[in-house]
Design a protein around this ligand. Structure first.
Ligand SMILES: [Zn+2]
Length: 258
């Protein structure tokens, strides 16, 4: 690499200069570009194309065919240039931090054009059979069930459906799980457009969220104080309204739950 630049300076993309590409690998819509030297020193540029992302290559001085100012990453090896546009994930990580095991076991990607709902639900049922105490809050973030759902949409979808985040999976039927995953997916897609606020389509108003990152503030629907706690084996912070999302003692979530 003779030059490297990135829109996000936090990537530290300059670390690639002087390195050599050792490997380019596609895993689903994840593209992994390895930069030597190998071993613990190896860096991997991990990009995910989502629905609109792309890599382009050109010779020096030739047009990209896309606005250069919009490129998220440009890497150069002499006259050979490669640029990445509109990816939904761009990160530069050490090979040993990449968790290739978890990448290879990823569930169907919610950002592809047509979500493989059958495969997602097969994974939900397998998880329910193996670990019935898995909470619905954990399930939505489990990338081996459906890949791509983030914490914002997990929290907001559970609020919108009035579901207690700690409900164990053996008390959530297939329709309810499918409904929640579908809601996360549609919110995620609706917010992919340029400049869209992440909370725009949750119904809470422009750029606002119902509960995510609102711990200690009054619920926008009922005024009860929004709470938060760590949830799951690799804990991520869940936000919920204890009144709107009250536990339903003994009941089975049979949905879509209103
Ligand atoms: Zn509330």
């Amino acid at each position: 690499m003779t030059a490297a630049s990135a829109r996000d300076v936090r990537l530290g993309i300059g670390r690639l200069v002087g390195r050599t590409v050792t490997e380019v690998e596609a895993r689903g819509k994840h593209l992994l570009i390895g930069f030597g030297p190998g071993g613990p020193e190896e860096l991997v540029l991990h990009t995910h194309m989502g629905m609109k992302g792309s890599w382009r290559v050109r010779s020096a001085g030739r047009p990209w065919g896309r606005a250069a100012s919009q490129a998220l990453v440009v890497i150069e090896a002499g006259d050979h240039h490669a640029g990445c546009w509109a990816a939904v994930i761009v990160r530069l990580v050490a090979r040993h931090d990449l968790e290739l095991g978890s990448l290879s076991s990823l569930g169907p990607d919610v950002l592809v054009d047509r979500l493989d709902t059958e495969e997602v639900m097969a994974r939900v049922r397998r998880r329910r059979a193996l670990r019935p105490d898995t909470t619905i809050g954990e399930l939505l973030l489990d990338q081996t069930v459906a890949a791509g759902i983030g914490n914002v949409y997990r929290c907001e979808a559970l609020f919108l459906r009035r579901v207690w985040p700690f409900l164990p999976l053996d008390r959530v039927d297939d329709d309810s799980a499918a409904d929640l995953i579908g809601l996360c997916t549609s919110m995620l897609r609706a917010n992919l457009g340029a400049g869209a606020g992440r909370g725009r389509d949750t119904g809470a108003g422009p750029g606002r969220q119902w509960v995510h990152r609102r711990a200690g503030l009054p619920c926008r629907r009922c005024g009860t104080t929004v709470r938060s706690t760590e949830l799951g084996r690799t804990p991520r912070r869940i936000y919920w309204c204890p009144a709107c999302q009250a536990p339903d003692p003994g009941g089975v979530l049979s949905g879509p739950w209103r």
